[in-house]
Every structure is written in structure tokens, then in C-alpha cells.
Design a protein around this ligand. Sequence first.
Ligand code: SAM
Length: 176
Amino acid sequence: EVAVLRLGHRPGRDNRMTTHVGLTARALGADRVLLSGDAGGSRDTIEDITARFGGPFAVEQTDEPKRVIREFPGRVVHLTMYGLPVQDVEGEIRTACREGPLLVVVGAEKVPFDVYERADWNVGVTNQPHSEVAGLAVFLDRLFEGRELDREWAGATHRVVPKSTGKEVVPVDAEE
Ligand code: SAM
């Protein structure tokens, strides 16, 4: 199981980024996202997308994100520009992921130092500053070695028909 924790959420300013962390976690193969703080609007959007385009994918909220990290019953990856290059540690993280649950932590503003200490791996997707959404996307794609791109979705009401040009979305029931 792969869970993603969005650490920190500044209402207003972080709404879109928190929503995008959740949507990216879902689209790229994680099983659930935990949102911290007052992120109810993001939760609603991610749940709406899951209801429409399928899952399984869970959205949870926590008021105690540091406790979630401390007590997580598995290994913890913290994505940070200061960490070890993803290409150097992805193999051992993949092995650990086969053996038990994995928590992937992404920050919003400054991440407290005890997160760096609790993490089993502090991982950089490059050592350049960029975005939690981009970091998460590249990390998950590396972790799953691209297999998440072919994932099947259960319980969807709608499905996109891939097209070279134009947009087509069909109700799933109509196909069966
Ligand atoms: N300045 C903040 C700090 O020093 O902790 C980080 C702010 S950054 C906009 C928000 C989040 O994006 C970080 O907490 C981290 O999870 C992620 N991030 C940014 N650059 C990254 C990189 N090169 N590799 C992995 N994650 C990154």
C-alpha cells in the first residue's frame, strides 16, 4: 500500500496545490492521500473525481500529521530538494514497498526538521527547488516503473476515450 501525506495546508493559498497533490497521487498509482489541516474543499474535489473516473482511492484528513508520520506502520519517504537523488535510492524503496506499506510525505511551506529525522529516506527529485506535485509525480512513476500508466479503474461512472484530437467522455454503463 502506498499512502501520500500532504503536510501543511494554508487555506486559500494552498487549495489548488493540495487538490493537485491528491489528484496526482490518485492518477499515478497511490492508494490513498491524507490531507492535513483545513483542506475540506480539496477533499471534496478529489472525492468527486474518484466517484466520476473511478478508484479505488481514499481521501482522509488528519489534524495530527506529525503523529501520522511518527506512528506510520511502515517505511516513510520524505520528498525534499535536500534529499538523496531519487535515482540512487528508488531500488531499495521499491524493495521496501513490496514488503509493507509506504508513506510518501510532501510539504507545503517549511517542513519541520523532525520529519527529516523520522523519514527512512529523504529523497530529492533533482536537488533543485520545484513543486510537491511535480516531485510526487516523478517519484511515483519511478516507484512503479511506469506500470501505473496502464492501471484499470473500478467503479467509474465515466471514462475518457483517448483521441488524437478532440475530447470524448462516455458513461461507463453505456458500454456494458
Ligand atoms: N522551502 C520549503 C522547505 O525548505 O522545506 C519547501 C517548499 S516546496 C514549494 C514544497 C514541497 O515541494 C516540499 O516540501 C517538497 O515536498 C516538494 N519539493 C520541492 N522541490 C523538490 C525536489 N527537488 N525534490 C523533491 N521534492 C521537492
